[in-house]
Write a protein that binds this ligand. Structure first.
Ligand SMILES: *Cc1c(COP(=O)(O)O)cnc(C)c1O
Length: 364
């Protein structure tokens, strides 16, 4: 098998057979001409069911994670599709105690109305994770690094604990923060990976999308069925944008990590500490950094290169205060985040410029 970087450039891309364009056209169509009743190319009969631009993206995502991918219109649509396929009323799932607020809202506000049950647990404690598995647990949902506290969970350990339980739940990993450049959960034994392709995979803050990548054929077929039956599909142009982003993923992830290393080093330095930064977190890969500061809101409003905005993973740096912005849905729950936490998405700008921007913002 070719290296990850080479796969990122080539996966899912075959020159167009009609004109030889190196990049295949965007199939902006809702339907396909049938040569006779019921006769059409592949499974292309209607574009909710299948679209060649989407198929190309799915092939590429599958090649990068090492499984079979199904694309969705957002990360949450992907999470929803997986959970409604795998779980029945009364079933239970294990969620991380700090997780993306939207995932928590989906489970806690929407799916519980259909009888789904959940337990929040600190998944860095594998004994606690194992203890949270009940006879009806169908899914252990892992997010690593977690959002926004950037805790790292041992995926292989979670897989072992799930396999050792009587319920033998599926282990699903939200790989949005790490990306397959840094971490490939299917290779570590997980059953499925979920992505918000809105973030690093798209990489340019210009598209919302999601995906599930399944290890086993049966789960893949189930996801394809829900994708068509529920219909939360990405459009052709959005599929094209995510696929284009994938081609530079390794280059971007290296640059994101370089920026995050410089920024976290500054925040952890004597100068950063003297300026009030504490509890600086960077897992050592990817571009997400968080820290605490008594003037979290003021800093987020003073940076000039770091744009005050939700989301992450684009080439441009962003800053936010999770408690007030992305994580309001966990407010008051066991998944609540501290009010003085600042989250940075370090982009691919010159790292020294990012450090200078933070230095000025911390100075007030
Ligand atoms: C953004 C995000 C999601 C949700 O994805 P959308 O594309 O916004 O629906 C899920 N998980 C994580 C870790 C995220 O950062």
């Amino acid at each position: 098998m070719t290296s990850f970087q080479t796969r990122a450039v080539h996966a899912g891309l075959r020159p167009d057979p009609s004109y030889g364009s190196v990049i295949p056209p965007i199939h902006q169509t809702s339907t396909y001409r049938q040569s006779a009743v019921g006769e059409f190319v592949g499974d292309y009969d209607y574009a909710r069911s299948a679209n060649p631009t989407r198929s190309a993206l799915e092939e590429a995502l599958g090649a990068l994670e090492g499984g079979s991918a199904v694309a969705f219109s957002s990360g949450l649509a992907a999470a929803h599709a997986l959970l409604v396929h795998v779980m029945r009323s009364g079933d239970h799932m294990v969620l991380p105690a700090d997780l993306y607020g939207g995932t928590f809202r989906l489970v806690d506000k929407v799916l519980v109305r259909w009888g789904l049950r959940y337990t929040l647990v600190d998944q860095t404690d594998l004994d606690a994770l194992a203890a949270a598995i009940e006879p009806d647990t169908r899914v252990v949902w892992v997010e690593t690094p977690t959002n926004p506290l950037l805790n790292v969970v041992d995926v292989r350990g979670a897989v072992e604990r799930a396999a050792a339980s009587a319920a033998r739940p599926l282990v699903v990993v939200d790989n949005t923060f790490a990306t397959p450049f840094n971490q490939r959960p299917l290779e570590l034994g997980a059953d499925a990976v979920v992505h918000s392709t809105t973030k690093y995979l798209g990489g340019h803050s210009d598209v919302v999308g999601g995906a599930v990548i399944a290890k086993e054929e049966a789960l893949y077929e189930g996801m394809r069925f829900v994708q068509n039956a529920v219909g939360s599909v990405p459009g052709p142009f959005d599929s094209f944008l995510v696929h284009r982003g994938l081609r530079t993923l390794p280059l971007r992830m290296r640059a994101h990590a370089e920026s995050a290393a410089a920024v976290s080093e500054f925040l952890r330095s004597a100068e950063g500490a003297a300026a009030g930064a504490s509890d600086v977190r960077w897992p050592g890969f990817s571009g997400m950094v968080s820290f605490r500061h008594p003037d979290a809101v003021g800093i987020a409003q003073r940076t000039r290169l770091f744009t005050l905005a939700e989301s992450l993973g684009g080439v441009e740096s962003l800053i936010e205060v999770p408690q007030a912005m992305t994580h309001q849905s966990v407010e008051g729950s066991d998944a609540a985040v501290p009010a003085d936490l600042v989250r940075l998405s370090c982009g691919v700008e010159e790292p020294a410029d990012l450090v200078a921007d933070l230095r000025a913002a911390l100075a007030g």
